[in-house]
Design a protein. Structure first.
Length: 288
């Protein structure tokens, strides 16, 4: 018996109650975590006659807490990185373009070709406005709030297709109009992450997005025909793409299935249960 536990037993035999909510045990087979309490039991004369030991193994709970802590830390780091990226885009791109435009407009007063300069300035203002709108859309989709998941998903696919000059086949069918807000936001964010990753990493220019509803669940499928990857290896990396998608889906009690092999394309499918109150809602259908 380790000296530490000899001391704990001695103190308990002297009438003291000792406990630990987390106690680490390193063994050849690995690390075990235990929650325990040691207290004396008393004879009829009130003197300690021995000790009672209560112990519970909490290794799985401890591992889950550590995993959750790691994910939380990585999510916070990801948020800070996103804030930095947005700050750089605003400062290094949009702000500088506006400053240059202001200088050129100021100089145009002494130029004969004022009309041509104003027309060019108008074109550039429209470009900046479009870029600001795209940046805002990445942060918060007004279409998702006011028009619903189907319209927002269709619009996002169109925007990505035009921006990157790729083909995206989008279909929808049987989707309830009044989805719970948390379900709609979850599916939309997963669509954003999955489709942007596919466009960026697949090396392909053809993608499929299916969004459909059944009497039991809502299903989202994003598929590409590109180079693929090893799912196990991807989950071990520091990237947050797959991890954040799984966390989002878990929060709405859904399931995500990721199928991919090197040089064999990738398919990400999400299944989110429909609350019973929403199953009788009017549905939308269509294709694009």
């Amino acid at each position: 018996m380790p000296d530490r536990w000899r001391e704990i037993h001695r103190r308990a035999l002297e009438g003291e109650t000792l406990r630990a909510d987390e106690d680490r045990w390193d063994r050849k087979s690995g690390t075990t975590w235990v929650r325990w309490e040691v207290r004396p039991w008393l004879n009829v004369d009130g003197e300690p006659g021995g000790i009672l030991i209560f112990a519970e193994e909490i290794t799985r709970r401890k591992q889950a807490d550590e995993a959750l802590s790691g994910i939380t830390r990585r999510l916070i780091e990801s948020q800070e990185e996103e804030r930095s990226r947005i700050g750089r885009e605003l400062h290094d791109d949009i702000n500088q373009r506006l400053a240059l435009l202001a200088i050129e407009l100021d100089q145009s007063a002494s130029t004969k070709n004022v009309y041509d300069i104003l027309q060019e300035s108008k074109r550039r203002v429209m470009e900046i406005a479009t870029d600001v709108q795209a940046l805002s859309h990445q942060l918060h989709s007004s279409k998702l709030v006011y028009l619903g998941l189907a319209a927002a998903a269709k619009s996002f696919c169109r925007e990505i297709s035009e921006m990157h000059n790729v083909r995206i086949d989008f279909t929808q069918n049987g989707l309830p109009r009044n989805l719970p807000e948390e379900v709609a936001f979850c599916l939309f964010r997963v669509l954003q992450e999955a489709l942007q990753n596919a466009v960026k990493h697949s090396g392909n220019d053809h993608f499929e997005v299916d969004l459909c509803g059944t009497s039991a669940d809502i299903r989202l499928r994003v598929r590409d025909f590109g180079r693929g990857f090893s799912v196990d290896d991807a989950m071990k990396t520091k990237g947050l793409g797959l991890v954040s998608m799984r966390e989002r889906v878990n929060l709405v009690k859904g399931e995500i299935v990721i199928k991919s092999k090197p040089m064999a394309g990738t398919e990400i499918a999400v299944y989110v249960p429909v609350p019973i109150a929403d199953r009788a809602s009017e549905v939308t259908s269509g294709a694009a």
